[in-house]
Design a protein around this ligand. Structure first.
Ligand SMILES: *Cc1c(COP(=O)(O)O)cnc(C)c1O
Length: 235
C-alpha cells in the first residue's frame, strides 16, 4: 500500500476534528487524534510521523513492539506516544506497562494488578482508561456500566496508578451518538464520586465512522485508522 496521501488525509482529519470541536463550543486543541496503525506496516507510522503525528494506536502488544523496535531514533523531540487499544491480557501487562504511554482497554482487575506491579518495579506510569461495554452484543470487551463504580473502587486498592478516563467502542448496531452521551454521563457521575485514582478527566471514544458525534459528546481522544490510512488489509 502507498501512503503518499497520508499527509493530505491527516490535514483533512485535523480540520474535521477542529470543526467538530468548534461546533460543540470546545477548543480545537481539546481533542487528541490517535492514528491507528494495527495491521499496517512501519511505513504507515513513518508517513504519519513525517506529517507531525505523534500519537499512535495498536491493538496487539506483539505487533506494536515490532514497530517500536524498528522506529528509527531521530533525536530529541521525535518520540512517539504509543497507545494500546486492544484488550490487555495479564500475562502481557508487564511488557505493555513498559512500552505504552496509554492503555485504553482495561477491563479486568487482574490486569490492573499486574500493571501496578510492573509500574512499581520499573518506575513507569502508563495512563489507564477503563473500557465500558456499550450496547447489547456479548462478544465485546469492557465492564458493564453498572459495574464501573465497584471496579474503580477495587482498582484503587491495587496501587498508585490512575484511571485518566473511560473508553468505549460504540455498538455498530445502534446509533452512535446516544451511546457516546451515555458514556459521558457515566463519566460525569463517576468523577463526582472522587474515587481515589480515578480523576476520569478524559473520554476515549470515536473512530473513523463516528468521531464527529463523539467530539460533540465530549471525546478528548479519538482513535482513527481508516480515515487516515485507508482500508486495512484483511478488513
Ligand atoms: C481498529 C480500531 C480503531 C480504528 O478504527 P477505524 O474505524 O479504522 O478508525 C479504533 N479503536 C479501536 C479500539 C480499534 O480496535
Amino acid at each position: 500500500m502507498s501512503y503518499e496521501r497520508v499527509g493530505e488525509r491527516l490535514a483533512e482529519v485535523r480540520e474535521r476534528v477542529a470543526e467538530a470541536a468548534r461546533r460543540a463550543g470546545r477548543a480545537p486543541g481539546a481533542v487528541t487524534v490517535v492514528a491507528v496503525t494495527k495491521r499496517l506496516g512501519l511505513e504507515a507510522v513513518l508517513a504519519a510521523a513525517a506529517c507531525g503525528q505523534r500519537d499512535f494506536g495498536e491493538n496487539y502488544v506483539q505487533e506494536a513492539l515490532g514497530k517500536m523496535q524498528q522506529w528509527p531514533e531521530r533525536g530529541a523531540g521525535s518520540e512517539l506516544r504509543w497507545h494500546l487499544l486492544g484488550r490487555l491480557q495479564s500475562n502481557k501487562a508487564s511488557v505493555a506497562a513498559r512500552s505504552f504511554a496509554v492503555l485504553h482497554a482495561i477491563d479486568s482487575l487482574s490486569a490492573v494488578r499486574a500493571i501496578s506491579r510492573a509500574a512499581r518495579e520499573y518506575g513507569v506510569a502508563p495512563e489507564m482508561f477503563l473500557e465500558i461495554k456499550l450496547g447489547e452484543s456479548d462478544q465485546r470487551g469492557g465492564v458493564a456500566a453498572a459495574a464501573a463504580e465497584g471496579f474503580l473502587r477495587e482498582a484503587a486498592l491495587a496501587g498508585a496508578l490512575q484511571f485518566h478516563g473511560l473508553m468505549a467502542v460504540a455498538d455498530p448496531a445502534l446509533a452512535a451518538r446516544p451511546q457516546f452521551a451515555a458514556l459521558r454521563e457515566l463519566r460525569d457521575r463517576l468523577a463526582r464520586l472522587e474515587i481515589p485514582g480515578a480523576p476520569l478527566a478524559q473520554l476515549s471514544m470515536g473512530m473513523s465512522g463516528d468521531f464527529e458525534d463523539a467530539i460533540a459528546e465530549g471525546a478528548t481522544v479519538v482513535r482513527l485508522g481508516t480515515v487516515i490510512f485507508g482500508a486495512r488489509p484483511g478488513a
